[in-house]
Design a protein around this ligand. Sequence first.
Ligand code: NAD
Length: 486
Amino acid sequence: MISVEPYWRNFIDGRWVDGGSGRLSVEDPATGEPLAEQAIADAADVDRAVSAARACHDSGTLTQMRPCDRGRKVRRMGDFLLENLEEIASLLTLEAGKPLWESRIEVEGAARYFEYYGNQAETLEGRSIPLGAGYLDFTVYEPFGVCAQIIPWNYPLEMAARSIAPALATGNACVVKTPELDPLSSAWLARAAEAVELPAGAVNVICGLGGEAGAALSRHPGVDQIVFTGSVETGSRIATEAARNVVPCVLELGGKSAALVWPDADLDRFMDSVRWGILFNSGQVCSAMSRAIVHHSIHDEIVERAADLARSISVGPGIERDTFGPNMGAMISRGQRERAEGLCARAESDGARAVTGGRPLNRPGWFLEPTILEGVAPDSEIAQTEVFGPVLSVIPFRDDAEALAISNGTPYGLVGGVFTSDVERAMSAAKRIRAGQIFVNEWYAGGVETPFGGYGKSGYGREKGREALLNYVQTKNVAIALSSGA
Ligand code: NAD
């Protein structure tokens, strides 16, 4: 067991500082016991962080750097995380509850964002636009300046890296508001910025309460662009603040994503996708497979196999779950577990049946049994609401039109899955599913390179891939009138 430092500070303008709102106790979700304290920023701290980012941007240190040099620094931030992988992963497991092997994947995923966007730094090129003989016209991309990023607790490192890396690669300075429930490991992002000698103010990492520091950051007039990842409710508030200041924002929100499964699908592969799709990170994933919409002829077989899989999962402290296998950790908090438990209980009173799971474990910590529900009505609460827990609803369909209607019948549209060996059916469904990303025959197929974002209430704008670079820049057109006209 690693020893965890008892107190973690915020990082503003290149210095480690206390918080104006004091300290918050961070608990270990596997035990419910306090783990360490985190400095909590107030509005004045937010103001200092925004001013530091502004000064960094105005100094030109980042913007005038050759893009390849900026890119190298960004890449080296990822290398730094990998050099400290074991320490960061253990800390993340202790504060977030996920198995150690999952935390390692998260640190590697965060590092991969720095690698990918470091490599992209020198690839963003403008174009020249023909205006006839009298003009030379071209476009350039310029960073917005101060980029605010508000981060959720389910993947605190990966979600922050997903925004910090492209923001820095394109020359912005960042103010990152980390989540209250598991803010400790994010200090390593600031340590990475220090290690690669980014200028003071280029990366500010502050934890604070959403309604206080988060709200102060989203309405701060010194912020030029906002990236928010989190719930629909908060996203809508942040978009309102962004609109007041007339600054762009990207919203990466929740989902109620569905896999559509036809009888010609490879069901072994589908079961592998169930394992990853709803049990990875205890189902606390925005793009989780929370609904399986399956052809009626294979419904019973799928319910039985999914229930066997769920029963085979060893649920317990993440720190004891070192290697990949049929295991799962705690949910993030008592509140999240009780919310998921309540949704399962109400689903049963609405007529669904928990084939397995639906109950907390009888031990300290915030554990919920992996849960498979059948008999779920497509318009019931459990089929419409993001549980954000290890709970899969299985819903039968008779024909393709019904499958697609159920799949598209929620306000969300983050991802969708299609499981079939018929490529035409796969393509037709992929076209008709209302979501920003479609997985065919493998849930979570894709990577840092593939654009990600929502339709409908799942948000707007895209993170990941080349598309995300364009969130962090604006286009300037330069038209030169040539006196010779030649
Ligand atoms: P949340 O909206 O409660 O909090 C997210 C962040 O917003 C936290 O840092 C919080 O402190 C801050 N916040 C809260 N109130 C605020 C306010 N009034 N002003 C400014 N900031 C405020 O979400 P959560 O519970 O941390 O995360 C779970 C949600 O995030 C789920 O809905 C999940 O689907 C979504 N999510 C989406 C993606 C994606 O990429 N689409 C990724 C991960 C999580």
